[in-house]
Design a binder for this molecule. Structure first.
Ligand code: V47
Length: 413
């Protein structure tokens, strides 16, 4: 039988032995993997773990991302998405971009003005009607999930978020609402009147239709990196408080790691170890856990860290593979094609990843190439990318159950 260790001689042979024996890797093992240039050995080991868990299956989903506003009270250095909220209504009117209704009933925020010039006025906030129109359009097109996140808006009340979930649930009863990063949840505890605890906020949102939390806002769990790149943002403790509470309540969540900015390899590994420890506890004693980890490749353009080069392709592959190897208790590792690019995400399916995310359609937080917010992969293209990597494409819902299609109708296996 071919094992990871029989193919991996040399410096990493003992790590490969551990992988074959199902032994958990240590912090030091993780750091050694980062120091190694043997990208093939790392890939083989990660692929072995991936195949043990999922065989040759690679998952995708039919979803729609909605970013409800880019106004944000934070100024994270890695972020090119946020826009400051002008205090005066006049200035807001001057800098806000009016949404445009499309022929098929959706809404877009144009980045170009009528003459084709790049719009300077590109701050926006969607009304609930506009969000529901986007969700309904996706639902009617067969989407099983809507993924909603946005900036920390200074004036919208908590009822905006509960009404948003309730209105989507009424318009699209079977659609899974995955929404709000831990950072937004903490923001809601501060803006709600009377102030609510994390649990009260999550209960309010769940009662309105929220079904799970995405993994964003984790960045890198390290005080030095926090102070350098996202100082005013809720840190590690707040992020874990939200995910712990969600898991206790039976809400599944995801986790992320934003890599390739000011952090060092040791800090990435420490971040993964903290996620692993939290997951141990959730699996042992809580009603839900992390379904998936999404390592996010930093895109410098347009951010206050634009002078940094960002991760290379090899760094992307290594980080995805090492995440698979370190997170032995997290079922899925996602290569989010928007951030790693569809080409690299395809490669990553043989470097430990078993998930591609989905059709996406509109995405405002980052853009790898060109302008405009429309970023979409059709189901045919997703399937082709996966099949060409030697994997079996399987459509999943948010909770990784198989979706069976019959024309435009679908059921969960
Ligand atoms: O929280 C912000 C990151 C995250 C940049 O849970 C950046 O299934 C790269 O969390 N370069 C939002 N990354 C995206 C996210 C996500 C995406 C897909 C699936 C899931 C899931 C979650 O994007 C933010 C932040 O960490 N981010 N700016 C940037 N310049």
């Amino acid at each position: 039988m071919t094992t990871a260790s029989s193919e991996t001689r040399g410096a990493l042979a003992d790590v490969a032995d551990k992988i074959d024996a199902g032994v958990r890797l240590s912090f030091e093992d993780g750091v050694r993997l980062y120091r190694s240039h043997d990208i093939h050995a790392i890939g083989r080991m990660a692929n072995r773990v991936r195949e043990r868990l999922h065989g040759r299956i690679a998952y995708y989903n039919v979803n729609r991302h909605i970013n409800y506003t880019n106004y944000c009270i934070l100024r994270c250095k890695f972020c090119s998405f946020y826009r400051p909220y002008p205090k005066s209504p006049d200035e807001r009117a001057r800098t806000a971009t009016p949404q445009v209704r499309t022929a098929d009933g959706g809404f877009v925020v144009p980045l170009m003005d009528a003459a084709g010039a790049a719009a300077e006025r590109d701050a926006y906030e969607f009304s609930i009607d506009e969000i529901v129109a986007q969700a309904r359009q996706a639902y009617e097109g067969g989407a099983t999930e809507v993924h909603i996140v946005g900036g920390l808006h200074p004036t919208l009340p908590f009822s905006y978020y509960t009404n948003m979930c309730a209105a989507i649930r009424a318009a699209c009863p079977r659609m899974h609402i995955k929404a709000f990063t831990a950072i937004e949840i903490i923001h809601f505890t501060r803006i709600s009147r009377p102030r609510r605890s994390i649990r009260e906020v999550l209960v309010g949102l769940r009662d309105a239709g929220l079904a799970s939390l995405p993994g964003g806002g984790a960045e890198i769990f390290d005080d030095r990196v926090h102070d350098e790149a996202f100082t005013a943002k809720v840190g590690e403790r707040g992020w874990f408080d939200v995910h712990r509470t969600a898991h206790e309540m039976g809400l599944f969540t995801n986790a992320t790691m934003l890599y390739g900015h000011v952090e060092r390899p040791e800090e990435r590994i420490a971040h993964l170890v903290k996620l692993r420890e939290h997951q141990d506890e959730s699996l042992r004693s809580r009603a839900a856990h992390f379904n998936c980890c999404i390592p996010l490749s930093f895109i410098p353009e347009g951010s206050a860290l634009a002078h940094l080069p960002g991760p290379t392709g090899l760094d992307d592959l290594k980080t995805l593979a090492i995440s698979r190897l370190m997170l032995d208790n997290v079922p899925h590792i996602k290569a989010f094609w928007i951030m790693q690019s569809a080409k690299l995400a395809q490669l990553a399916l043989n470097w430990g990843c078993d998930d591609f995310d989905g059709t996406v359609v509109q995405y405002d937080i980052t853009k790898r190439e060109g302008r405009g917010r429309h970023q979409e992969l059709t189901v045919d293209r997703l399937k082709r990318l996966i099949a060409e990597a030697g994997c079996i494409p399987v459509e999943r819902d948010t909770l990784y159950r198989r979706v069976l299609r019959n024309g435009s109708d679908w059921t969960i296996a």
